[in-house]
Ligand binder design. Structure first.
Ligand code: SIN
Length: 499
């Protein structure tokens, strides 16, 4: 068994993890563990952009705060939203100094776009529609050369190590199935999303609810898991057998694309005055209704009026991907459907990212600091990672060096080489059918029984293996989503009850 002692342990190397690491003072040793490699993160897949007011007039700040609260159905924590919006500028400017090339016009002014729920253009983008990739490339380059940052790729966090209510680190396993114990003075969970709990998601295949699962098993507070955001427009590719679906950024609608149903009719005016630029919960629920009414599993995105030149230049990744898949979006309608996109709830934190466990922080999609309410405003997620990552690093930087010894006394069994794929498939079928965009008490109750049976099977036959822990994290997170969905009996935001 390998044992490493460090000042700061970060689980996950998406934007939340890397930005936090880069803001820790260089006198502290930072160890980052990442399940796959640095290219495999949800942050890298973000297309549309990062929201943030650079022109910080009181009117602009107020407007971003109001849009965030409105999209979240006012279930947000207002103090968290105020921090998110007011600390956006300094952190976005810091991204620029770290080398992120945001798109500009010929005279060097930052270009801004609009997405659903935003009342003005305030979303910065990079590479047209590859904002996440550009940001992550810049941060990865920095992190790799910073001497106090040590990145362990293909290393899976299994369980938190804790003593009463104090986090001491994490038990993990590397790609050679060797156990690694990482003991840390401060630990940050930044594991990203939960997408693979469902049959179709925009998330990376590695998004298996790991941070929520390991926090749940350590009795750390978790909230608002009923709010699962479905992105309205994933490319509806019937031949794909994979869960991961290609995202068609909301920025495409922000630039004027419209939605048509199976009869070729524009339909959003029936549901919301903001039409295709209503917040995501409203658009996904409208699409669900249209698909239901027409016995069809997709609707269409109409970009034809935007023109080939504009589409090719403004959305190079999307244009090319669709072309390679057989659709020229400059001349053809594109089939799209809503798929799981973002976990709005997560590990409960205060305004400094601190969880209910001592020495444990959470940041990014796996955290719930109160900014999103019942539905996240588009492009506030990358912003959340940097604003709260910075706040967490500041709190950690204030901590004195700790010298306390801790003996974790951990016994590990030899891992068995099982892949748990049948169980993951069954889980996704249950979640799609009963815990999707539309929910009912009967469906949720049925799903709960099935999920508890899956959890029991896993707990009865523990296995010190990456895939076992992924399955356990997914099943236990699904259990929380159902529990919280049953507890919230009325519809709000992403949680839509038909009963
Ligand atoms: C998109 O580009 O539509 C996704 C951005 C986000 O999830 O905020």
């Amino acid at each position: 068994m390998i044992t490493i002692k460090t000042d700061v342990l970060i689980i996950g190397a998406g934007l939340a993890g890397l930005y936090t690491a880069l803001n820790i003072t260089t006198d502290k040793q930072v160890d980052i563990i990442v399940k796959e490699d640095l290219n495999d993160t949800n942050s890298r897949l973000a297309q549309g952009g990062i929201a943030g007011e650079l022109d910080i007039t009181p009117k602009n700040i107020e407007s971003h705060i109001n849009d965030t609260l409105t999209a979240g159905s006012f279930l947000n924590k207002k103090a968290a939203v105020e921090l998110l919006v007011t600390e956006a500028k300094e952190n976005i400017e810091h991204l620029m100094t770290l080398g992120v090339p945001f798109d500009t016009n010929d005279t060097g002014d930052i270009l801004l776009t609009k997405e659903g729920g935003h009342s003005t253009r305030r979303v910065l983008h990079s590479g047209g529609d590859s904002t996440g990739k550009e940001i992550m490339t810049a941060l990865r380059t920095r992190a790799k050369v910073q001497k106090n940052i040590h990145i362990h790729t293909r290393t899976t966090a299994l369980d938190l190590i804790y003593d009463a209510n104090t986090c001491r680190g994490v038990q993990s396993i590397n790609q050679d199935n060797e156990s690694m114990i990482l003991l840390s003075n401060q630990t940050v969970v930044a594991t990203g999303g939960i997408g693979n709990i469902y049959g179709a998601t925009t998330n990376s295949t590695s998004a298996t609810a790991d941070g929520i699962g390991l926090s749940y098993r350590a009795n750390v507070d978790i909230r608002h898991m009923e709010f699962i955001q479905f992105h309205p427009t994933a490319f509806h590719n019937e031949v794909s057998e994979y869960r991961q679906k290609f995202l068609i950024s909301e920025a495409v609608r922000g630039e004027g694309a419209t939605l048509l149903n199976a009869d070729g009719e524009r339909f959003m005016e029936k549901y919301d005055d903001r039409l295709e630029l209503a917040p995501r919960d409203k658009v996904s629920q409208a699409i669900y209704r249209e698909m239901y009414d027409t016995w069809t599993d997709h609707v269409y995105l109409d970009c034809r009026h935007l023109g080939k030149d504009f589409l090719e230049n403004r959305f190079p990744t999307i244009y090319q991907h669709c072309l390679e898949a057989g659709y020229d979006i400059a001349t053809e309608l594109l089939p799209v459907s809503p798929v799981e996109h973002f976990s709005v709830g997560g590990i409960t934190t205060n305004l400094d990212g601190k969880t209910s466990m001592d020495r444990l922080y959470a940041c990014g999609e796996c955290a719930s600091n109160g900014v999103h309410g019942a539905n996240r405003l588009a492009s506030n997620s990358l912003l959340e990672c940097i604003v709260f990552g910075k706040r967490i690093s500041e709190r950690i930087n204030e901590q004195p060096a700790l010298e306390d010894e801790f003996d974790p006394s951990i016994n590990v069994n030899n891992p068995r080489n099982y892949n748990y794929i049948p169980m993951k498939k069954k889980l996704a079928m249950i979640m799609d059918e009963y815990v999707g965009i539309v929910r009912s008490k009967d469906g949720l109750t049925f799903a709960k029984k099935q999920i508890i049976a899956l959890e029991k099977k896993l707990l009865n036959y523990p296995n010190n293996n990456k895939y076992y822990y992924e399955a356990l994290n997914m099943v236990q997170t699904a259990k929380l989503i159902i529990k919280h969905s049953l507890a919230r009996k009325t519809s709000i935001g992403c949680h839509y009850r038909i009963d």
